[in-house]
Ligand binder design. Structure first.
Ligand SMILES: [Zn+2]
Ligand SMILES: [Zn+2]
Length: 419
């Protein structure tokens, strides 16, 4: 037998013997979820684990991030593997013995906290991969950087965090990774299956904040003021024509949604201002810039036409998650080998965002989706990620471990190929 094959078999055996630990870690994290930038307990558990494996460990990166480095001592590529650690302000409704009863303060409100996006799985999987690869250290060539990242769901208001902050704090330096791999557990895909997509896979996301300023007046005397409520209504409709009439949606889909509109206090007062919040999703950075420009024009010119003024502000920005095409083509055979060819498929584009995109702007990256829905479940019935009923079939965890481990081993075995 040739070397990589027997190494792979060794990896599979290790994954199998680690499976019960990974499940136990996942349940522990599930029971103790922490909001973005507050992953204190989680990162302590992670750091202790990596230290026990003998890895040098950096803590406090981008607040609570943890980075471990496995150095084989032999020359070879540097491969980064990333897991996100934060939970969501969601009150769990799943009936499992390790359900979360945790509460915390979010935006000034008392909320339930739940790993409703499955980041508990990601942390447990990457801890398992670290243990697996550390056990194979004498057979590796190169280095593996384990990145445990806070605040993927976005830092609390007024704070920075997530992948962008980790990068600014040097997570992609010393050593600089040649490639980065990451996975997400995904509801609606059956456990045992893996979905991926070359090129743009998840959307860019920008929050839009619009302030329309008119002039307050009596509701019975609208001509004595400038009504920002009617103008805002026109703006909402005008914004809907950007995607439906102005953008070439045959290239890529895009979404503009207004999710909040606030103005006024009673029936017979036309207020001074109205505020609106919304979101923009695109799969192409050029379209993204173009749509921003069109939003500005639409908002400002409609307001102007009625004698009001309006300001548009974009924030909470996340770039498109773009899988490097040569790297994806190169690594997909690995996924097919370990999961079974018929279990690996090209998934739909996802209009959700993922801050893994920031790493991919710096190094070629591959991000894929591991199914966690119990086989046989009606896809349309299963609760999506972020739902209080988000449920994980834990048989998927072992495939998560094996996939990241094998991607790492295979990349190490032939790093010279394009990627
Ligand atoms: Zn999420
Ligand atoms: Zn997520």
């Amino acid at each position: 037998m040739n070397e990589p094959l027997s190494l792979g078999a060794q990896a599979d055996a290790a994954a199998k013997s680690l499976e019960h630990k990974v499940v136990a870690w996942r349940r522990d994290f599930h029971q103790h979820p922490e909001l973005s930038n507050r992953e204190v307990r989680t990162s302590n558990v992670v750091a202790d684990h990596l230290r026990k494996l003998g890895l040098p460990v950096q803590t406090g990166v981008a607040h609570t991030g943890v980075v471990g480095l496995l150095d084989s001592g032999r020359p070879g590529p540097v491969i980064a593997l990333r897991a996100d650690m934060d939970a969501l302000p969601v009150a769990e409704e799943v009936d499992v013995p390790f359900a979360s009863k945790q509460r915390a303060t979010f935006n000034g409100q008392d909320v339930g906290v739940m790993h409703a996006c499955g980041h508990d799985c990601h942390v447990a999987i990457l801890m398992g991969v670290a243990e697996l690869l550390a056990g194979l250290k004498t057979r590796l060539a190169g280095k593996v950087k384990f990145i445990f990242q806070p605040a993927e769901e976005g830092p609390p208001a007024g704070e920075e965090g997530g992948a962008a902050l980790m990068i600014r704090q040097g997570v992609l330096e010393n050593p600089k990774p040649d490639v980065i791999f990451g996975l997400h557990v995904f509801a609606g895909v059956e456990a045992g299956m893996i979905a991926y997509r070359p090129g743009p896979a998840m959307a860019s996301s920008d929050r839009i904040k619009v302030t329309v300023t008119g002039r307050q007046t009596h509701g019975a005397l609208p001509w004595r003021g400038v009504d920002p409520i009617v103008i805002s209504s026109q703006i909402v409709l005008g914004l809907q024509t950007i995607i439906s009439r102005q953008v070439d949606v045959s290239l890529e889909p895009a979404v503009v949604s207004i999710g909040a509109i606030k103005g006024g206090i009673r029936d017979n007062i036309i207020p001074d201002t109205v505020e609106m919040l919304g979101t923009v999703r695109t799969f192409n950075e050029e379209m993204r810039r173009d749509i921003h420009e069109r939003i500005r024009n639409t908002v400002e010119l409609i307001a102007k036409s009625a004698g009001a003024s309006a300001q548009v502000h974009f924030d909470n920005a996340y770039p498109v998650t773009v899988n490097d095409v040569p790297l994806t083509e190169r690594m997909v055979p690995t996924l097919k080998r370990i999961a079974g060819t018929e279990k690996v498929f090209v998934g739909q584009k996802i209009t959700g965002y993922e801050d893994f995109s920031y790493y991919q702007q710096k190094v070629p990256g591959f991000f894929y989706f591991v199914g966690i829905t119990p086989p046989g479940t009606d896809r349309r019935q299963c609760a999506p990620n972020h739902s209080p009923r988000f449920y994980v079939d834990e048989s998927a965890l072992a495939l998560g471990v094996r996939s990241l481990a094998h991607l790492t081993l295979d990349y190490m075995a032939s790093p010279a190929a394009p990627g």
